[in-house]
Design a protein around this ligand. Structure first.
Ligand SMILES: Cc1cc2nc3c(=O)[nH]c(=O)nc-3n(C[C@H](O)[C@H](O)[C@H](O)COP(=O)(O)OP(=O)(O)OC[C@H]3O[C@@H](n4cnc5c(N)ncnc54)[C@H](O)[C@@H]3O)c2cc1C
Length: 497
């Protein structure tokens, strides 16, 4: 007999994970399937900002910006380990967006989201500000404002973990390959490795991100209209360009903006581009032209330019934007849109667009929309509930770290900080009964020990070295090739996939 669930969520990116968590917490029997790893597509390739999106104001996207700013506060409170405040410096020069426009924009940005804990915006004299000493001397004035940083792929994993803790079944490397609609349910074919199995679901959420149109056609037929505009964005990672924990936002001659952000202690992240994408969605890579664009964009501002051989890593993703026929790839809406199809039988809800920042509200709205076709028990609940590891007194990460340094005084400071950031209060589960580094098992290099790999397999759905080195952590940037190969071998021996 086929397995049965109330809701099958297809797609383990941020939106699928968010909807699965919310629905499971309301008492629905949820199955979340992801064809690759959690966050292996767009949700690990973002700029990693929980932000209102200052630049969306010039396109009058007030609803989106206000909701995002409100969510900034909610997410910061619920996941203070993986989300933290970030100050941005935006240099200003004649010929760019006028001064008055930036002032009005920032004043609105400070107020649109209602009460906030983050510092407000102000003008800055770049020649006198010591933290701006790495900028070229012609730059005299600028503005400073706040947003937040988020470990995007960890946000997805923690959200999926919480969904599982509330009863959802989360299956990675499981692809939804066929959907057949009846009056009261869907018969779904799922493929895991070479095995296929059937599941019956009362409703489907299609949260396939860039694959959402493809999924809708599998469900509703080849004639189903496409709604996506696929826009590629790439980032380059270079060795650290400047001291300090602030980020920069650089306006470009083509009116686009490019961020430079402190990344993984030793690096600076520079991104992003905006290019229409029609290639293979499973293999999205930076092009030479994007590479050059980003290097030039940052070199316009930093005293020392960026050479090709200074790039240590890159990543690219595709924004699954809802096609609103706006002029450019930068101005097409970042807001989310739902398509609910329930006329011909059991419902399917397809999710278009969205941002990491708005995923929690998107999930609430998705369930409200689905509620017209399927009884959804319970009320919205996620606003007040921390994500795994985020249950810190007063959402105060500094205090948590201080206390952790007492409990684990044998952990090197850098390692304690990394583990506290990644796992928050769940660090106790990872460390277990260990009382010294030796108790953490095999040492792979840097500050990676076997205990962390075991934890990631047991609790965070990790199945390969990629899952660990590039998504649940960014240790891939820090470990040498031999250490990375050793992690790969460790996984091979476990034979998890
Ligand atoms: C360059 C760039 C920068 C960005 N910066 C930011 C930012 O700073 N802040 C912000 O808030 N947002 C940002 N975004 C937007 C944000 O990253 C996306 O909106 C979000 O990650 C989309 O999540 P998703 O769950 O819809 O898609 P995805 O993360 O792509 O997830 C969809 C998943 O569905 C799976 N799937 C598809 N078909 C099937 C199937 N048949 N069976 C099983 N699984 C399937 C895929 O494998 C995939 O993992 C950025 C996006 C890009 C590209």
């Amino acid at each position: 007999m086929s397995e049965r669930c109330d809701l099958l969520v297809v797609g383990g990116g941020i939106n699928g994970a968010g909807i699965a968590r919310d629905a499971a917490g309301r008492g629905l029997k949820v199955l979340l399937v992801e064809k690759d790893d959690l966050a292996s597509h767009t949700s690990s390739a973002s700029t990693k900002l929980v932000h209102g999106g200052l630049r969306y104001l010039e396109n009058f996207k007030f609803r989106l910006v206000a909701e995002s700013l409100r969510e900034r506060e909610v997410l910061l409170r619920n996941a203070p380990h993986i989300i933290w405040p970030l100050r941005f410096v935006m240099p200003h020069e004649p010929g760019m967006r006028p001064n008055w426009m930036l002032r009005i924009g920032l004043a609105l940005y400070d107020r649109l989201g209602g009460p906030r804990t983050l510092a407000g915006s102000h003008r800055v004299d770049l020649r006198k500000a010591p933290h701006c000493a790495s900028l070229q001397e012609r730059l005299r004035t600028g503005f400073e404002y706040s947003d937040c940083w988020v470990e995007d792929s960890r946000l997805v994993v923690l959200t999926a973990m919480d969904a599982e803790a509330r009863g959802a079944s989360v299956r990675t490397r499981t692809e939804c390959v066929a959907l057949d609609r009846q009056r009261d349910c869907w018969t779904v074919k799922l493929r895991f490795e070479s095995t296929e199995r059937e599941v019956k679901a009362r409703a489907i959420v299609n949260a396939g991100g860039p694959f959402v149109d493809r999924m809708a056609r599998i469900a509703l037929g080849q004639g189903t209209p496409a709604h996506l505009r696929l826009v590629k964005g790439s980032h380059i990672v270079v060795s650290r360009r400047y001291p300090g924990e602030h980020a920069y936002i650089f306006q470009q001659p083509d009116r686009r903006i490019v961020f430079a952000i402190p990344y993984e202690r030793d690096f600076t992240l520079i991104g992003t581009t905006d290019l229409l994408y029609e290639d293979d969605l499973d293999r999205v890579e930076i092009s030479t032209a994007e590479n050059d664009y980003l290097r030039e964009a940052a070199s316009r501002y930093f005293k020392s330019g960026i050479a090709v051989d200074e790039i240590v890593s890159t990543f690219s993703g595709v924004r699954p934007l809802y096609e609103d026929n706006a002029g450019t790839n930068s101005t097409v809406t970042r807001d989310y849109v739902f398509e609910l199809d329930s006329d011909e039988g059991a419902p399917i809800l397809s999710v278009y667009g969205g941002k990491i920042t708005t995923y929690r509200k998107l999930a609430e709205h998705a369930l409200a929309k689905l509620g017209s076709a399927l009884p959804i028990p319970g009320e919205p609940w996620t606003k007040q509930v921390p994500l795994p590891g985020g249950d810190m007194a007063g959402a105060d990460f500094a205090r948590f770290l201080w206390e952790a340094s007492d409990s684990y005084d044998w952990l090197p400071a850098e390692m304690l900080l990394r583990l506290s950031r990644a796992y928050g209060t769940r660090i106790t589960k990872l460390i277990g009964k260990a009382r010294s580094l030796n108790d953490l098992g095999r040492h792979f290099g840097g500050d990676l020990y076997e205990a962390e790999l075991t934890y990631l397999v047991r609790h965070e759905f990790a199945r390969t070295s990629e899952d660990v080195l590039w998504r649940r952590s960014k240790l891939g940037l820090h470990l040498n090739p031999q250490a990375k190969a050793d992690v790969g071998e460790w996984f091979d021996q476990k034979q998890l996939v």
